[in-house]
Design a protein around this ligand. Structure first.
Ligand code: ADP
Ligand code: 3PG
Ligand code: MG
Length: 354
């Protein structure tokens, strides 16, 4: 992958920089700007070398959202001069983007001399500004994209041992490939979050009204893997009460909210011995009273000597809220892209830069 440091002459050049400023917006204000800040090193590098930068991003799913709050926030916090950087419209407004239309990509290409991709978190999408635009211009990876590839690769490219993978969150069927791969690469795969309910159900436990993935999946081959560590107790919501109980004590009207005290202790012991920790997905339903274990374990991982690599939209939202972004070796800007990269070792937008 060529990166922007290899561009010979940037003076007066028009750079089309694909970023991912798809950030949460509430009442017309940016709620979390982790992804916006992550692009500053690349933008500052390009400007310093004399380039004019046009930022291309999508916002929201269907392109109807205005970029106005993002633009306002960007210039307020970056202190970048308005004559050096401009914004292209929300790129998903144009049907050619998601259709990955050649003529749309060609039209975009007329607006610049060089293409740079710094949108790791959107690089799993085969959209025009990600995979086709780079065919029409000299194209390079931005510094954030490069850092993502380098840091996340440490999970599958000669990882340090003991290697602990903590996996939580939901959507079990989307995480099975990840579990299978890291049962081979890691020494321990600790499963929490809603995924635990799926495992317990398959094992024949009562899980009450807990969230499960109704899609079909086949996990019989991993159930008895010795590297797979399941919590031994959970916190359930039982009417108005939250109760810590063993996994075989859950009743029909209860819902698993979080992993329990004993499980936190066990996980803490594994963390102590680990040299590499990879983590995706909250261990509990954090929006609804189940944030305790994730918060405690985040602090333990941050204070451990292990190299720590974390990613996932919800995981990072929690890290951001706790203002802990700088406490880990690497925090990925990606959600779906991070999961796909951890499984496949590359992404369409990365291949397009070859
Ligand atoms: P990430 O975005 O970090 O990859 P996911 O999107 O896979 O994580 O999962 C996050 C979601 O999982 C959150 O909405 C969280 O509430 C949910 N979740 C975690 N544990 C539970 C649980 N025990 N029951 C229901 N939902 C849960
Ligand atoms: C994300 O938020 O994960 C990326 O911006 C990709 O967004 P998308 O899921 O709408 O393609
Ligand atoms: Mg998520």
């Amino acid at each position: 992958m060529r990166n922007i440091k290899q561009i010979k002459n940037l003076k007066g050049k028009r750079v089309l920089l694909r970023v991912d400023f798809n950030v949460p917006i509430k009442n017309g204000k940016v709620e979390d700007d982790f992804r916006i800040k992550a692009s500053f090193p690349t933008i500052n590098f390009l400007i310093k070398k004399g380039a004019f930068v046009t930022l291309i991003t999508h916002l929201g799913k269907d392109g109807t959202e205005s970029l106005e709050p993002v633009i306002k926030h960007f210039f307020a916090i970056s202190k970048i001069k308005k004559n050096k950087v401009s914004f292209f419209d929300n790129v998903r407004k144009f049907s050619g983007e998601e259709e990955n239309n050649l003529s749309f990509a060609k039209e975009l290409a007329t607006k610049g001399d060089i293409y740079v991709n710094d949108a790791f978190s959107a690089s799993h999408r085969e959209h025009a500004s990600i995979v086709t635009l780079p065919k029409y211009l000299p194209s390079y990876a931005g510094l954030q994209l490069e850092a993502e590839v380098k840091s996340l690769s440490r999970a599958f490219d000669k990882p340090k041992h003991p290697f602990l993978f903590i996996l939580g969150g939901a959507k079990f069927s989307t995480k099975i490939p990840l579990i299978k791969k890291y049962l081979e690469l890691a020494d321990c795969v600790f499963v929490g979050g809603a995924l635990l309910g799926d495992f317990l159900r398959v094992k024949g436990y009562e899980i009450g009204k807990s969230l499960v993935d109704e899609n079909n999946y086949n996990i019989s081959e991993i159930l008895n893997n010795k590297k797979l560590i399941l919590p031994t107790d959970v916190v359930v919501r039982s009417g108005e009460k939250l109760i810590n109980k063993k996994i075989d004590q859950i009743e029909k009207n209860e819902t698993i909210l979080d992993i329990g005290k004993e499980s936190i202790k066990n996980l803490a012991q594994i963390i102590k011995k680990s040299k590499l920790i990879l983590w995706n997905g909250p261990l509990g339903k954090y929006e609804d009273g189940g944030a305790k274990a994730t918060k405690e374990i985040l602090k333990l991982v941050a204070n451990s000597k292990a190299e720590s690599i974390l990613g996932g939209g919800d995981t990072v939202a929690m890290i951001s809220k706790m203002k802990m972004e700088k406490k880990f070796s690497f925090v990925s800007t990606g959600g779906g892209a991070t999961l796909e990269f951890l499984v496949n070792g590359t992404l369409p937008g990365i291949k397009a830069l070859d």
